[in-house]
Design a protein around this ligand. Structure first.
Ligand SMILES: Nc1ncnc2c1ncn2[C@@H]1O[C@H](COP(=O)(O)OP(=O)(O)O)[C@@H](O)[C@H]1O
Ligand SMILES: CC(=O)N[C@@H](CCC(=O)OP(=O)(O)O)C(=O)O
Length: 292
């Protein structure tokens, strides 16, 4: 079991630091990994540390549970299909306020407290994330044909222009991106954060893509961690429903990021202290590696 002490991790890290210097690492920070203030501060410190040692981290965050909490308070019902929140205009307003406002700015503030210089943006800034309306195919029960679902203002990414991210990282800033995109006619889209992280990682040709969630990685039916998973196994596990919900887009888009040129992709448990450093800087690594 790897140590959880930062100093110990760093001693083991030296050869990796040399290898990773100057490279870009995209970190998807899932809403379920934002458990408490201590863990959030640890995350901010780990991201800042990466920048200090010459790596360029780009944070793409979610905030699903944080949106749910506000929707609950407002008495608005919410529903997910295949890991996507059905998004009407009212929901879109809440999503944009929570993700682009509260969640984004609190990550920026915590990185600042840790000594880093973060800039919080959404996919709308600098024309970064272009999107169009997504349609969702839901498997029919038994022999029933698949159902086509209109998810409202849920977007699929059509294009990522990474210029703004490159400008920020080149100037020493840490970009923190909320997963909101813009359509051809200026309309706002709610995009699953895993999707945005994977597409940004591909657009940047990232060396690593790390998806932080609230489970140790992809688990089998006995809840045992799968250390590496490839396309065939992902397909099998989705069709026999041992992979469901938010894990579906995570894996599907992680695979497309790898085909898009990302070096390596790992799904790890962000509720474990310093999991990011343990993944990057230890031989054993943690979590699940996704392979083509
Ligand atoms: N086979 C599986 N292995 C691990 N987690 C799974 C699996 N199938 C579904 N999940 C669910 O996926 C969740 C992670 O996805 P999601 O809820 O979107 O998290 P995040 O907000 O971190 O992106 C896990 O908490 C778990 O409930
Ligand atoms: C379309 C869609 O589902 N968008 C997500 C965006 C936030 C997100 O992805 O957050 P997590 O990474 O914490 O799950 C949502 O509305 O919850």
């Amino acid at each position: 079991m790897p140590s959880q002490n930062v100093a110990d991790i760093l001693i083991e890290a030296l050869p990796y630091i040399r290898q990773f210097a100057g490279s870009t690492i995209v970190v998807k920070y899932g809403g379920h990994a934002m458990v408490d203030e201590q863990l959030k501060m640890d995350f901010a410190r780990d991201i800042t540390l990466l920048k200090y040692i010459g790596i360029n981290p780009v944070v793409v965050h979610g905030g699903g549970p944080q949106i749910n909490e506000v929707m609950d308070r407002m008495g608005i019902k919410t529903q997910f299909v295949r890991g996507m929140r059905l998004t009407d205009a009212e929901t879109m307003d809440v999503v944009e306020m929570v993700l682009g406002g509260k969640v984004n700015k609190s990550i920026v503030a915590q990185i600042a407290q840790a000594g880093g210089r973060a800039v919080g943006i959404t996919g709308k800034d600098g024309g970064m994330v272009s999107a169009r309306k997504m349609t969702i195919m839901k498997e029919g029960a038994g022999d029933a044909p698949p159902e086509i679902i209109d998810p409202g203002l849920v977007g699929e990414v059509t294009h990522v222009n990474p210029d703004i991210l490159k400008t920020l990282t080149d100037r020493g800033f840490i970009p923190v991106v909320a997963p909101v995109g813009v359509g051809e006619n200026g309309e706002t889209y709610n995009i699953n954060a895993d999707v945005v992280a994977c597409r940004i990682a591909a657009a940047l040709g990232a060396f690593r893509l790390i998806l932080l969630t609230d489970v140790d990685g992809v688990l089998d039916r006995d809840k045992k961690l799968i250390h590496s998973i490839d396309t065939g196994e992902v397909r099998r596990m989705i069709s026999d429903e041992s992979i469901v919900g938010g894990m579906i887009p995570k894996l599907e888009y992680a695979l497309s990021a790898l085909s898009g040129g990302v070096g390596k992709c790992h799904i790890i448990n962000g509720t474990r202290r310093h999991s990011l450093l343990l993944e990057l800087f230890t031989d054993q690594g943690i979590g699940t590696e996704v392979l083509l």
